[in-house]
Design a protein around this ligand. Structure first.
Ligand code: AMP
Length: 142
């Protein structure tokens, strides 16, 4: 299907809408989910315009999965979560709500249920504090 360049992540990538950014390089952008299913819920996007993972070039996919691995480490360190759920939806039928490829990194604790997908907006100040923790954890990886 043709890529819809008015989707919300395309607009964030163009700088038309704000995000709680934690990382950016030539090929990828990472920011916090505005309606986190758990504290520290992070989204990793390729900059290349694509709706499905199957639409991505090899280079964009490689960059995105490497960024996802690096951010997963930082999110785990920042949240102290013993587990991480990493997911990626392709198409409305699979539960995708924003038609630009992205990986979810969601911290998991054994007795903590996930909040509903894309339902409840987080407090902006709490998101900013979490973003700072992840940025610090990322800096310590280098
Ligand atoms: P998906 O359903 O896999 O397409 O996931 C889209 C995710 O984007 C959901 O978890 C939403 O909470 C999240 N989301 C929607 N709008 C924004 C936004 N403006 N900034 C950050 N995250 C968003």
């Amino acid at each position: 299907m043709a890529y819809d360049n008015t989707n919300i992540f395309a607009r964030i990538l163009r700088g038309e809408l704000p995000c709680q950014r934690v990382f950016e390089d030539e090929h990828t952008l990472v920011f916090l989910d505005i309606m986190p299913q758990a504290d520290g819920h992070t989204l990793v996007l390729p900059k290349e315009p694509a709706e499905f993972i199957t639409d991505l070039s090899d280079g964009a996919l490689q960059a995105t999965i490497l960024t996802t691995r690096n951010l997963a480490r930082a999110v785990q360190q920042a949240t102290g979560a013993p587990g991480l759920l990493i997911s990626q939806f392709n198409g409305v039928a699979a539960g995708q709500t924003v038609p630009h490829v992205h990986f979810h990194i969601i911290p998991r604790f054994p007795d903590l249920r996930l909040r509903s997908h894309g339902r409840e907006k987080a407090d902006a100040a709490e998101l900013a504090t979490m973003a700072e923790k992840i940025i610090v954890a990322l800096a310590h990886q280098r």
